[in-house]
Design a protein around this ligand. Structure first.
Ligand code: SF4
Length: 447
């Protein structure tokens, strides 16, 4: 979500006449877009904020802005007092305060002020459209926010307090943004939402969707955008993955057969204290339903280890669930208490850090084995890779199932769909060689 917000901010600033600078030291405007989802991320933000102070002292004319979850949808509060060298605070997804500030700063007389305001209005109008000029024709995949905020209030999660309640963007606005991206060379979009499957339910009094699940209607409309070859969406919540959504993933050729649906824990009592709203068995049934409906699907999940009160036996149930389900990817986080959340207020953070790390490592090792076995099945097979860039002389891109693939080719393959025959498979990536053979059809299995 922050990457999407940064892109949109860059586009809005370009509309005001700014250009991207290579380094903060050379810039007139420096913006930190912040994440506080875990304590570690927040500490990093404070470190970076501290390091901007000398820059501001050396060049007082520099505008320093902070955006995102450190600020929150209600404003920065006491944090602003700690950092007097910050000029502007922006809530997540809202570059408005920075644009206003820059307009005020640049307007020395009334006539210029009016012209500058008109420019700022225009910049807001452009907000969210397309790519900053430096990335046009170079960026292949882009994130597009569809649902902002979240109203679910899992007990460990700070996001509802920082990004505010759930709010879907109107479908036309999303489509305008996606069309602009496609015209500028983007070939894959990922629709974003904290619970993406809930897209549109808050718009039902203003918009008519042609399908029972509004996200399905949106997927159909995005599917019709020329130039796009792939569509993804994330993140799903187990309680909101309706059958018609899964059927749409199976039926729409551009929608990739990859689902990101966090389980968070494999123990029912922990899940209840997290207020996730489902049991481990519900999740098992969901995974079976996804696999039945979408042939060749890959599934990614998120897990938190060391949630307050998580016993060894409860952790073992998470371990066993992952060993049983054999998902393609698992993002593992060690629990850290976040301010304002119910868990931080009610439950003591009683699993010691070394124990959290031990549990994280155990899951990581398990998943490395599972992912290596899943990926080994791709050896000798031909997969379709959308090429996103070049690193150390090798092209890289992802399969429809979100697996990272590297290959060598003298030709320029950026933005192309390339058939790659897999010659090496590890748990986190694959290596192959380009071939003129067509890649196996999407129904053929886990490619
Ligand atoms: S669903 Fe839960 S974990 Fe996800 S953003 Fe909302 S509150 Fe946070």
């Amino acid at each position: 979500m922050n990457r999407a917000d940064s892109r949109r901010l860059a586009v809005a600033l370009e509309a005001l006449g700014y250009e991207l600078a290579a380094r903060a030291e050379e810039a007139d405007v420096v913006v930190l877009n912040t994440c506080v989802v875990r304590q570690q991320a927040e500490e990093k933000v404070h470190g970076r904020l501290g390091s901007l102070r000398p820059l501001k002292e050396r060049r007082p004319g520099v505008t320093v802005g902070v955006m995102g979850c450190l600020v929150g949808f209600r404003g920065p509060g006491e944090v602003a007092e700690r950092y007097p060298w910050v000029d502007v605070w922006m809530p997540p997804s809202d570059p408005g305060p920075l644009l206003d500030h820059l307009v005020r700063e640049s307007a020395a007389d009334e006539g210029r002020a009016l012209a500058a305001e008109a420019k700022a209005r225009q910049a807001r109008f452009y907000e969210g459209w397309g790519l900053p000029s430096r990335e046009r024709g170079r960026r292949v995949a882009a994130y597009v926010p569809a649902v902002l905020g979240c109203s679910h209030a899992c007990t460990y999660c700070i996001i509802p307090y920082r990004r505010g309640p759930e709010q879907s963007r109107p479908p036309e606005e999303i489509l305008t943004e996606i069309r602009a991206l496609a015209e500028q060379g983007v070939r894959e979009v990922t629709l974003l939402g904290q619970i993406i499957d809930r897209y549109g339910y808050d718009l039902l009094d203003r918009y008519t969707f042609r399908t029972q699940t509004p996200l399905v209607d949106l997927l159909h409309r995005v599917h019709a955008v020329e130039g796009l070859v792939r569509i993804r969406f994330l993140t799903s919540h187990p309680n909101w993955m309706r059958d018609d959504l899964l059927e749409a993933v199976a039926a729409l050729p551009k929608v990739c057969e990859h689902i990101e649906v966090p389980v968070q824990a494999g123990d029912d009592e922990v899940l209840a204290r997290m207020r996730r709203g489902y049991t481990a068995d519900d999740y098992r049934r969901l995974v079976a339903r996804i696999r039945e409906t979408i042939p060749g699907v890959s599934i990614a999940t998120d897990v938190i280890v060391g949630f307050p009160g998580e016993t060894e036996a409860q952790f073992q149930r998470t371990y066993d669930l992952l060993a049983e389900l054999r998902l393609d990817k698992v993002h593992i986080a060690r629990y850290s208490p976040r301010p304002q959340t119910l868990a931080a207020r009610r439950f003591p953070d009683d699993v010691p850090p070394e124990e959290k790390e031990r549990r994280r490592k155990a899951l990581e090792e398990l998943q490395a084995r599972i992912a290596a076995e899943i990926n080994a099945r791709l050896l000798g097979r031909t997969v379709e890779v959308l090429v996103e860039g070049k690193k150390k002389g090798r092209w890289w891109g992802r399969t429809r199932t979100d697996k990272l693939v590297f290959f060598e080719d003298e030709r320029d393959r950026l933005g192309q769909l390339v058939s790659v025959r897999i010659t090496w498979a590890g748990p986190w990536s694959l290596i192959g060689e380009p071939t003129d053979l067509p890649s196996e059809p999407r129904r053929a299995g886990r490619g």
